[in-house]
Design a protein around this ligand. Structure first.
Ligand code: B12
Length: 333
């Protein structure tokens, strides 16, 4: 039976791994700051603890691959990456009295070792939209979206084939240190504006039968654009949505459910470290007889990486995209 790593152990192991790391005699490391290395190792261990808790090697592998690209952008070589992983492994062995967690870590490191990081190609429309954003030309970006609508491209296609891939590419550019955080924020702001523009032009309503949805993400989670896209798709189906956004304390999401009693709660998660908050919320919901008929639909990048988490956390159903969410709503109700 694999036990998880608790918060105190994360700190102890991070300290040990960092001290192993700095025992290496190398000029490359001399330029790196102890606090940075310690924080990066602590973040990885937090993720490891989460992956162990939810028995999800997919989450750990995804994070390791993400980290490789991110560290590569800071000129950390593959060789140094391997060395860092080795320090963490040795620290896990030294500080934990259980082998399964070490094997779990080993397995994930081995699986990603020779994996190439693939870059999803982007098409002409996505490139054009992104160019407007990167040159901070909001008006240009919005005119371009208007021109796509005028050419007959529907809302679903603009959302999923232009806005979504443009945001994914924005993330990759930030991860590779090509762009800065302000550009990620600007891309978010322009995309919110583009979505509002599209939605005000649309009057479609396919009759959602009076269904209602509350959509939210827990405290700490700062991503909610994807969830807003899902809500916009629902609105077009005539489903009444209460979009609360992200970074909401679980008790407060719970209060909104007791107050509105929606047919469905939509939970979105991009960062795995907030899975325990989602579990806590689902426990609160399941313990309240007033909410027994309410279904829980989950989505976001955590679930895209490992859809099996849906059952593990006690949710009812998962959807991988806004389009899929509409289909799953039909199954659910
Ligand atoms: C915009 C953005 C931000 C914005 C968020 C603004 C907002 N209000 O949403 C800001 C600048 C605040 C931000 C902050 C951070 N971000 Co950020 N961000 C992004 C970015 C570029 C786009 C996110 C997005 O909107 N994607 C487009 C939407 C449409 O896609 P989606 O979320 O997958 O949603 C679709 C499906 O998943 C599904 N879906 C989503 N939710 C739901 C819910 C339900 C119920 C259902 C059924 C379906 C569903 O439907 C959607 C539509 O099809 C991503 C890159 C990426 N790969 O997405 C990085 C990214 C997610 N961020 C990342 C990081 C690291 C951060 C920061 C830690 C550092 C930083 N870059 O600033 C902070 C953390 C803040 C926090 N505590 O959460 C990393 C996460 C890496 C990881 N660990 O997995 C990414 C992947 C960037 C990268 N490549 O490194 N970010």
């Amino acid at each position: 039976m694999m036990k998880t790593i608790d918060g105190n152990q994360v700190y102890t192991i991070a300290r040990t791994a960092s001290s192993f790391f700095f025992q290496r005699k190398s000029t490359t490391i001399a330029t790196e700051d102890y606090q940075q290395i310690y924080n990066a190792i602590k973040d990885l261990l937090t993720l490891l603890s989460c992956a162990i808790t939810f028995r999800s090697i997919a989450l750990l592998e995804h994070y390791l691959l993400w980290l490789k690209l991110r560290l590569g952008a800071f000129a950390i070589t593959d060789e140094l990456f391997k060395y860092k992983m080795d320090c963490i492994r040795r620290a896990l062995e030294a500080e934990l009295d259980q082998k399964p967690a070490v094997y779990f870590f080993d397995e994930a490191v081995k699986n990603v070792q020779n994996q190439e990081i693939t870059i999803t190609p982007i098409d002409e429309n996505v490139r054009t939209y992104l160019n407007y954003i990167m040159s901070m030309d909001r008006e240009g970006a919005l005119h371009f979206i208007e021109s796509m609508m005028a050419s007959g491209m529907n809302m679903h296609s603009i959302y999923l084939n232009i806005l979504e891939p443009a945001l994914y590419e924005t993330g990759r550019l930030w991860q590779s240190r090509v762009i800065d955080i302000y550009q990620e924020h600007y891309a978010t702001a322009v995309t919110h504006a583009a979505m509002s523009l599209i939605m005000t032009r649309l009057k479609e309503n396919n009759g959602g039968g009076g269904l209602s949805v509350i959509a939210a993400s827990p405290s700490g989670e700062g991503h909610d654009l994807g969830l807003r896209m899902v809500c916009d798709f629902f609105e077009l189906e005539g489903i009444h949505t209460f979009f609360l956004g992200c970074n909401i304390p679980t008790e407060s999401i719970y209060k909104s459910l007791v107050f509105r009693k929606p047919d469905v709660l939509c939970l979105s998660l991009t960062l795995p470290e907030f899975l325990p908050d989602v579990v806590a919320l689902i426990h609160m919901i399941r313990a309240n007889p007033v909410l027994t008929s309410m279904k829980i639909l989950v989505g976001g990048q955590v679930f895209n990486i490992d859809p099996v988490l849906t059952e593990k956390i006690g949710a009812d159903i998962y959807a991988g995209s806004a389009m899929d969410a509409v289909k799953q709503m039909r199954v659910l109700l």
